[in-house]
Structures are given as C-alpha cells and as structure tokens.
Design a protein around this ligand. Structure first.
Ligand code: GLY
Length: 356
C-alpha cells in the first residue's frame, strides 16, 4: 500500500491510500481517524452490484452504522435533482455533522457526494473510495465537488476536502477499456504538466501493468498542487490543461463523448496550437499526439472552433472577458496564459488537425 498525505494551507491533512485489497480495510482505516458513526455509502447502479456489499461489510465490521444511496450511472446523476434527493436521504438517515458520507464509484459519484456532504448541515465529512482510473488519478483528490446546471458542467459546487481517499486498485479490474482510456487521459495530462517518467509509461511502457505507479505518481503531483493552491486561484489552474475545449466538447456531444476522451481531444488541440505558435517543439508535439493515440484516445474534435469557443465562453472558468488557457512548452512543463475570450476560437483553429 502507498500512502500520500495531502496537507491544506489551513492545516487540515488527509491520507490518500493506494493499493490492492483496500476496500476490505477501508472501514478500519477510517475507524482509526474517526469515531464510529452513521455512514451513508453513495454509489451507482453499475458499481453497487460489484462493490457495495464489500464496502458495507468493511465499514460495519469497523463499528459504523451503514446505509446506502444508489443512483443511475452517468453524468445525468450530477444534477440538482439527484443532489436534492441525496440531501433528503441524509435527513431520512438522521445524519448529523458527526456522521460520514462515503463516495463509492467514479468521478460523478465523488463530485455528487462531495457536494452534498459540503452543503448538508453546512458541511459533514466525506470519504472518497474511487473505483475508476479517472477518479483515482484525478477527481477523488483535491476537494473539488460539483453538479452540472443546464448552462454548463460543474457550475454549482464547493471546495470540500475529503477526510481520506482510499483507492483499492483491484476495482480497476472490472473497468471497460473505454473507462481505462478515460483515466489515462488525465494521467497523461499529469505527465505533460510535470512528470516525464509518468508520460513515458504511456509513451513506450506498459500502462496495464503499471496502474498503481500511475495512480501514485498522479496523486503525488496533484497533492503538491492542491497543497499550494486548494481553491484554484493560481497554479491549480494548470490542472485544466485541455479542459476548456473538453468541457465544450462534452456539452456539444450531449455527454456522448466522455470526460477523459474530451480531455484528450482538448489536450491535442492546445498541443497543436502551442506548436503552431512556436511555444512547443514540433517533435514534443508529435510525442504528445502519439502517446494520446497509443492510450486509445481520440485527438480530433468533431466540432468547429467557433462552436467550441461559444460554449467555452459560458464555462465557469471564464472570468470577465478573459480566460486562462494552459499551453504545453515541453513534456513536463506547461504555462498559463490569459487570453481574451474573443481569441479562443482562433486558438482552437490553430489546434485543429492540419488537412491531409
Ligand atoms: N481536476 C482538476 C482539479 O482538481 O483541479
């Protein structure tokens, strides 16, 4: 088992545990830092049949009083309606501030549960038990929580750090290839931002036999960034590499293109744009595009630069008339650049695949 401690500037700190068999010991791990209480385990209809009983047994065996809340799988559950239903379920279970919400699943479950935990009674503790590669390398760490609004993705949410993150790597065995590819996009993103060794696992290594290392490297990098900037006022914006176009692509596809696949396309767009603008060497750009494709990911947007820019303009990351975009300068180093929203379409156009 690998343990990373994430410490926030206000002095709170929490463990991020990664390893095989951790679902069985999650209850005992939490009992070591929290007195027995009520626990509501939130999951979805794909994950619950696989892991809910194991998670319940783990927490009940450690002395917790356990109940469950299971939602439909997919982005549709990151809604105000499901958020409201979860808050009512907390009430029905007589949850107090001394009690605990547990997110058992992928990014949708973590975001939904964290947001409900952050709002219920002005905040109760929660634990992340990520069961997807995407949640393990990214979404479960750092306390970003949210649901979507009709106007866009993640537009309602709070920063609410978990009490612990426990990733049982055995749960990755039941993921589809599509879900593995989704998580790979975020891990490759961390490689491009900071960690050439992580990037190279995807470029010419064997990711399938390296998931624990991939998760641990991602978690260490992300913890460093979140420790420095928990509320995304500065360096945390780097983690949005590829995300401005990605959120637009997800919405334009009506979420038919999943988050990681959209991030891969968004990363390819800023990579080509950085090469075209002389910020990134052409061979480094080629390596990024090759590595995304090698990981089974798409690198071309089905949507026009104008359409993506129109949707991105109402993304929450657009502050006034400017938007911060992240551009690769080398593998392992990226820069933040504030540009006028009116310049976004031209940036996306620079990032379109060159005609054959
Ligand atoms: N997923 C990006 C972040 O947590 O800031």
């Amino acid at each position: 088992m690998h343990k990373t401690i994430l410490t926030t500037p206000d002095g709170a700190s929490y463990p991020i545990l990664t390893g095989s068999g951790l679902l069985n010991t999650a209850g005992a791990e939490i009992a070591a830092i929290k007195a027995p209480c009520r626990v509501m385990i939130v999951s979805d209809k794909n994950v619950a049949p696989l892991y809910m009983e194991q998670a319940k047994k783990s927490f009940a065996g450690a002395g917790f009083t356990v109940s469950e809340f299971v939602v439909n799988p997919g982005e549709e559950s990151k809604s105000i309606a499901v958020f409201g239903a979860l808050l009512e379920a907390f009430c029905e279970a007589h949850m107090t501030r001394a009690d605990l919400a547990v997110a058992l699943g992928g990014g949708v479950i973590g975001d939904l549960t964290g947001f409900a935990a952050g709002c219920y009674l002005r905040g109760i503790p929660f634990v992340q038990l990520p069961t997807t590669l995407l949640a393990a390398v990214d979404a479960s760490v750092g306390g970003k929580t949210a649901v979507n609004l009709d106007h866009g993705k993640n537009l309602a949410g709070v920063f609410h750090q978990p009490l612990a993150v426990i990733c049982d790597t055995d749960t990755l065995q039941t993921l589809s290839q599509h879900e593995i590819h989704d998580g790979s996009a975020e891990a490759i993103k961390h490689g491009i931002l900071d960690d050439t060794a992580l990037f190279e696992i995807y470029e010419h290594g064997d990711p399938e036999s390296s998931y624990e290392e991939i998760i641990v490297r991602s978690v260490i990098y992300k913890s460093k960034i979140v420790t420095e900037d928990p509320n995304e006022k500065g360096v945390r914006k780097l983690l949005n590499l590829g995300h401005t176009a990605a959120h637009a692509i997800e919405r334009l596809s009506d979420f038919g293109i999943s988050h990681g696949h959209a991030v891969a396309i968004g990363t390819a767009i800023v990579t080509r744009a950085a090469v075209r603008r002389g910020l990134l060497a052409a061979d480094a750009g080629e390596r990024i595009l090759f590595t995304l494709r090698r990981a089974g990911l798409p690198v071309v947007s089905p949507f026009s630069p104008d359409d993506m820019a129109r949707i991105a303009a109402i993304d929450k990351k657009a502050a006034a008339s400017d938007i911060t975009v992240i551009l690769p300068e080398a593998i392992g180093r990226c820069r933040m650049e504030k540009i006028p929203i009116s310049a976004l379409s031209a940036l996306f156009a620079d990032g379109q695949e060159a005609p054959a």
